[in-house]
Structures are given as structure tokens and as C-alpha cells.
Design a protein around this ligand. Structure first.
Ligand code: PMV
Length: 340
């Protein structure tokens, strides 16, 4: 009898420059979004597919059973069933770990859902003798967590139908080939202002956009920022990128501050960092920030300014970080097949 081998993949997280906030249908975005894939923040997942017809799921997170994650996993498996009907005849033994701390504010759902989806689509391709379909992996990942669909390839990825890019789709993300080489070396230093649990879950956050008084304008703004960002990415104009990226991050928070119920996710330290970054850029330094639905600040800057900016982090910005914690990341190359 053939030994059943597990499927094993590493998938990175990503950070959005144009933000996805608001969805419809089954995990379809109200506007296109663009992110870059991270390098050092990733999830490694191993799945053993047992064809026993039982549909049991064993889930280990960092070696320990994690029951809290099972409902999300069950929902994911139900959602992907139309795409992978064969899965219902299998029990799954899933074992997963992250390269970054749980409370770091990095989207572990993005890397986690991307890694799990890759295990499923790679196993399917081997079983059916077909090519591994990364668009399908991205579609499955989207059904687990929207932004996860942008974690299937390295560099910059666009999720959402967009007239300027063909093909592009609301169902899965596509890789952006026309990116200036300097941007493929962008750095992301994540200042961990708050190490607590998320104060607003993404699912609640997206719902807050239903009936939000500014939703229509926000979706138009994101569409126009997507078109502009595509041009900026080609040109490699960092200062233009900085303006657009900061407007996007602040717009995301403005939506949360003006929804019902409303949320203020910035901490005083987040605002102190943001103000300092804006000052430094006004003085001519190539530095910028983005933020997800939390208080931690991602400092984004070109590699050539790394030494100068890390000195500023050490001397001026670490005081704002919880226990002086920060993570250094950069644009990454995308998932890695760990089966070889
Ligand atoms: O993928 P979700 O449902 O967790 O939503 C992510 C939303 C943001 O991280 C705030 C923005 C984005 O585009 O990644």
C-alpha cells in the first residue's frame, strides 16, 4: 500500500496599500485593493488527507489543539465545497504554525488561509494529474479570509475587477507584473504599539460599511486610488506612493470612526508615530506609513534609507512600541512548496 504523504506549504501574509473594507455576496469586495506580499511573516501548514469518508478535522496550532479555530475552518470547508467536492470524502489532519507572534497585528488569517488553500489545491492537482492552479488557490483563500487571496504570489497583487488590468477579478487576486524594481525592495518595519487582541473583527468591520453614510464615496475613492497606484507602481515614485498609501490608511480608520457603532483603533502612540512620519517626510525623508484595522503602524520605505530610518526607529520611535517591540519585514517572493 502507498504511504499517504502530507501536503506542506509556506504562505506569507500581505499588507494592503489600497484597502479592502466592505464586501458583498460570499466574500466579494466592494472595491479593488492592492497589497504587497511580506517576506518574514508567514504560516507553514501541513495537511494529511485521509480518504476515509469520515470528514473529521484535527487541527493543531503550534503543536497544540486549538478548538477556537474550528468554527472558522468548518465555515471555510463548507464554502469551498462547490469548488472541491472531493474534499467531503476526506478527513483532514491539519498542523500549522506562524513565524510571527499571534498578537503582532499581522494578518495571520491571510497567511493561514493561503497556506491551507495551497495544500488543498496542490493535493487536488497531484490527484487529478493537472497543473497547480494558483487562481483557484487564491479563490479558495478568499473564501476563508478576503485579504488572504492576495497572498498567493510574491511582489504586488491586485484583488478586484479593475478596468486597467486584464485579467482581473473579484473572485481571486492577480499578480502585478509592471512594478518598478525599487518597489520590489520596499521595507516594512512594523511598530507594535498595541499587543492586545483585535478590537474589531474584520467580519464586523466589513459589515459596518453596509449602510455607512460615506460608503459610496469611499468605494469610489478606493477605485480611483487603485488606478492611480497602478501608474505609481510602474513609475516607482515613492513620494506619490506615500501620499496615496497614507490617505488609504486614514480613510480606513475614518470609516471606522464614523460607522455605527463607531471605533477608535488608534492609540495615542499610533498618532504620535504618524505625526512624526509626516514631519520627516515633509523634511524630505522617503518614509511613509500604513495601518490595518488596529493600532500598529507599518513604516514603509525604500531599502536605500534602511540605515537612516532604523536609527530613527531606535532613537525616537521605540518609546511608542509596547515593550519596545517591532518586526522588520519587506516585500517577499511569495509562497514556498515545502514538499520537496
Ligand atoms: O481579509 P479580512 O476580511 O480580514 O479584511 C482585511 C481588511 C484590512 O486588512 C483592514 C484591509 C486589507 O485590504 O487587507
Amino acid at each position: 500500500m502507498n504511504e499517504i504523504k502530507p501536503e506542506k506549504w509556506r504562505a506569507p501574509s500581505n499588507i494592503a496599500l489600497v484597502k479592502y473594507w466592505g464586501k458583498h455576496g460570499v466574500q466579494l469586495p466592494m472595491n479593488p485593493s492592492i497589497s504587497f506580499t511580506l517576506d518574514k511573516a508567514y504560516t507553514e501548514t501541513e495537511v494529511l488527507f485521509l480518504p476515509d469518508g469520515e470528514r473529521n478535522i484535527d487541527f493543531l496550532f503550534e503543536g497544540k489543539e486549538k478548538h477556537g479555530f474550528l468554527p472558522k475552518l468548518q465555515q471555510f470547508l463548507v464554502r469551498i465545497e462547490p469548488y472541491c467536492p472531493w474534499l467531503s470524502r476526506y478527513s483532514l489532519e491539519i498542523s500549522t504554525s506562524n513565524s510571527f507572534p499571534h498578537s503582532s497585528g499581522i494578518a495571520s488569517s491571510a497567511s493561514g488561509m493561503a497556506a491551507l488553500s495551497l495544500c488543498i489545491t496542490a493535493f487536488e492537482a497531484k490527484m487529478e494529474g493537472t497543473l497547480h492552479d494558483l487562481n483557484k488557490a487564491s479563490t479558495l483563500a478568499r473564501l476563508g479570509s478576503g485579504s488572504a487571496c492576495r497572498s498567493l504570489r510574491g511582489g504586488f497583487n491586485l484583488w478586484g475587477a479593475c478596468p486597467d488590468v486584464s485579467p482581473s477579478s473579484d473572485e481571486y487576486a492577480v499578480n502585478l507584473a509592471q512594478v518598478h524594481p525599487d518597489f520590489l525592495e520596499l521595507q516594512d518595519t512594523i511598530l507594535l504599539v498595541d499587543k492586545g487582541e483585535k478590537k474589531v473583527s474584520s467580519s464586523l468591520g466589513h459589515k459596518l460599511m453596509d449602510g455607512h453614510p460615506y460608503a459610496g464615496q469611499r468605494f469610489l475613492q478606493a477605485k480611483s486610488n487603485t488606478s492611480n497606484l497602478l501608474k505609481i507602481l510602474k513609475m516607482g515614485d515613492f513620494m506619490a506612493l506615500a501620499e496615496l498609501m497614507e490617505q488609504e490608511a486614514l480613510a480606513l480608520h475614518a470609516m471606522m470612526m464614523t460607522s455605527s457603532p463607531h471605533f477608535m483603533l488608534f492609540m495615542p502612540s499610533s498618532i504620535a508615530i504618524i505625526r512624526r512620519v509626516m514631519e520627516l517626510r515633509a523634511e524630505g525623508l522617503h518614509i511613509s506609513f500604513t495601518v490595518d484595522a488596529g493600532a500598529n503602524i507599518h513604516l514603509i520605505y525604500p531599502k536605500v534609507f534602511s540605515t537612516e530610518i532604523m536609527e530613527i526607529v531606535q532613537h525616537e520611535l521605540l518609546v511608542y512600541c509596547h515593550a519596545g517591540a517591532y518586526l522588520c519585514d519587506r516585500v517577499g517572493q511569495g509562497p514556498i512548496d515545502l514538499n520537496t
